[in-house]
Design a protein. Structure first.
Length: 132
């Protein structure tokens, strides 16, 4: 996961293997996908939160992220979550388009939330959707 995350997250600090291990040790954290594309999410009290999704650049634009989004939604709904949330960098146009295609809408903003390698900061859009 850390390898794919590092390849996909070039504008901000990718997560380390130990960070992934720590998250996966938590019983409310779940994983879907494979080494090419994966999502990490948490489910608690009827709500699900996407922690991260990453697609290796060598297989981007092949529908894997959409398939992975749909699968984590299915699994979260099976765990009795009825709403899903996520944060996305306001300048990540491709991710925002994917999330909107999956039924998300903007419900908040976290100002200057993400640090960029250039030293600048960008807002995070908070998005939510109803799960089937």
């Amino acid at each position: 996961m850390a390898t794919t995350h590092a390849a996909a997250f070039t504008q901000s600090r990718p997560w380390s293997a130990s960070e992934f291990e720590s998250l996966l040790d938590n019983p409310i954290t779940h994983y879907v996908g494979d080494p090419r594309c994966f999502a990490l999410f948490q489910v608690i009290a009827g709500e699900a939160e996407l922690l991260t999704i990453a697609t290796h650049p060598s297989v981007q634009r092949q529908g894997l992220a959409l398939e992975t989004m749909r699968e984590w939604h299915r699994q979260a709904a099976a765990m009795e979550a009825n709403r899903a949330f996520l944060d996305v960098a306001a300048d990540n146009v491709a991710a925002i388009a994917l999330y909107e295609r999956c039924g998300y809408h903007r419900c908040g903003v976290r100002r200057a939330y993400y640090s960029r390698e250039t030293g600048t900061k960008t807002d995070a859009l908070v998005m939510e959707c109803r799960l089937p």
